[in-house]
Design a protein around this ligand. Structure first.
Ligand code: PLP
Ligand SMILES: N[C@H](C=O)CCC(=O)O
Length: 424
């Protein structure tokens, strides 16, 4: 044990990890160390195969190592890893994404969702000449300073929703509203006339667990932003190409001014993007005065992974079938919990869902936080011991994709029957 990978990791990486949510802090125990992955399975160094309901936190909608992506990457590998110059494939990826996301006219490729959201608010600030932004409690937009105020994801799991190291000067420009509470947003606009550059929102919240927008919430944000001259940014890093072929904007029929993308658009490689209307994106350097750059931006390997995954995805057109599979899984899990006498709420939008160990409907951060994290941990470990890996925190979203077959769902449901009994 002394020389286990986990012990070695603890000596050299803060908390043993390179991203907090991997540390199993919300559920206890030792994290898995993964050696390889294929389709819906992760193969760990304990010699076991786990059905993966994390999917690298969202990107792996076609399962691990889809042949289209692997073949394309092999081909690109033989040509070179990074050129730091323009490529035809980055143009193809930009065209491909813009043709699918309603209302977006120009796009810039970056390396992470964090970069995408930081850049999007810089553009909004540059374009409006205003400083303040509104974000929602429990939403996560990466680890840019402006967003680590009442943030979700690992920040919520590890009890540090507002990070140390963010200066009061930065923090004062981030105003916080409750998700699904339009009246909060309206009050913030009233209290800060002509000062708010942007409202940034996860159109389906996924970083306090999965919380869908209430009917009228996104529409209301659209109206308030238009009325007050603020830029509406949908952070679709999680929802982009997951909840529909045009993301949440298309699924809910509400057009933001800008969107951010990540995860699926990178096919498992570090790639993300921000996009917007021409009138906003013309502010981005070298056209305009908002500076944003990146040594590896548009990296050919990452672009190849993203483009080949997106092309395979559009060819397959799986969204209707993912919706049906999701509805089946949701109702089977609800039935399993009920027959075990285990009180849960299951929130789901398409192929993203969360089982909340709560007796109250979960509609915002307060209700998400009312979940019993001890019961969640018992459920998580009971599933893990049966070879099923759910995200190791109550406040993360569970993902599935096209490689999760009916047989895998049956196995998952049967494991959940036992797991719910251990989580009463
Ligand atoms: C909605 C959302 N926005 C932004 C991010 C940040 O992306 P990244 O982790 O690639 O920096 C994430 C996930 O981490 C996310 O879920
Ligand atoms: N919830 C996060 C992003 O969606 C999980 C990924 C991470 O921060 O490691």
């Amino acid at each position: 044990m002394e020389n286990s990978w986990w012990n070695r990791a603890l000596k050299v990486l803060p908390g043993g990890v390179d991203s907090p949510v991997r540390a199993f802090g919300g559920v206890g125990g030792v994290p898995l160390f993964i050696q390889r992955a294929q389709g819906p399975y992760l193969y760990a160094d304990d010699g076991k195969a786990y059905v993966d309901f994390i999917g690298s936190w969202g990107p792996m909608i076609l399962g691990h190592n889809p042949k289209e992506v692997v073949e394309a990457l092999k081909e690109q590998l033989s040509r070179g890893l990074s050129f730091g110059m323009c490529t035809d494939i980055e143009v193809e990826l930009a065209e491909c994404i813009l043709s699918k996301i309603p209302g977006m006219e120009k796009i810039r490729l970056v390396n992470s969702g964090t970069e995408a959201t930081m850049s999007a608010i810089r553009v909004a600030r540059g374009a409006t000449g205003r400083h303040k932004i509104i974000k929602f409690r429990g939403c996560y937009h990466g680890h840019g300073d402006s967003f680590l105020i009442q943030a979700g994801s690992g920040a919520l799991t590890h009890g540090t929703p507002s990070s140390r190291g963010v200066t009061p000067g930065v923090a004062q420009d981030t105003l916080v509203a409750d998700y699904n509470h339009l009246e909060d947003v309206s009050a913030l606009f009233d209290a800060n006339p002509n000062e708010i550059a942007a409202v940034i929102v996860e159109p389906v919240a996924g970083n306090m667990g999965c919380v869908p927008p209430r009917a009228g919430f996104l529409e209301g944000l659209r109206e308030l932003c238009t009325k007050n001259g603020a830029v509406l940014i949908f952070d679709e890093v999680m929802t982009g190409f997951r909840v529909s072929d045009g993301g949440a904007a298309k699924r809910f029929g509400v057009l933001p001014d800008m969107i951010t993308l990540g995860k699926i658009v990178g096919g498992g490689m570090p790639l993300a993007a921000y996009a917007g209307k021409e009138s906003l994106m013309r502010n981005v350097s070298p056209l305009g005065k908002v500076y944003q750059a990146g040594t590896l931006s548009g990296n050919p390997m990452a672009v190849t992974a993203g483009l080949s995954q997106l092309r395979a995805l559009f060819q397959l057109n799986p969204w209707e079938s993912l919706e049906k599979k999701g509805a089946f899984l949701e109702s089977a899990l609800k039935a399993a919990a009920a027959s075990a006498g285990c009180s849960v709420q299951i929130n789901r939008v398409g192929a993203m869902f969360t089982v909340f160990f709560s007796s109250l409907p979960v509609v915002d951060t307060e209700t998400a936080m009312s979940s019993d994290t001890k019961r969640f941990a018992a459920f998580f470990h009971a599933m893990l011991s049966q070879g099923i890996l759910f995200p190791p925190s109550q406040f993360e979203t569970t993902f599935f994709g096209t490689s999760h077959t009916e047989e895998i769902f049956e196995r998952t449901i049967s494991a959940a029957r036992t797991a719910f009994e251990k989580a009463i």
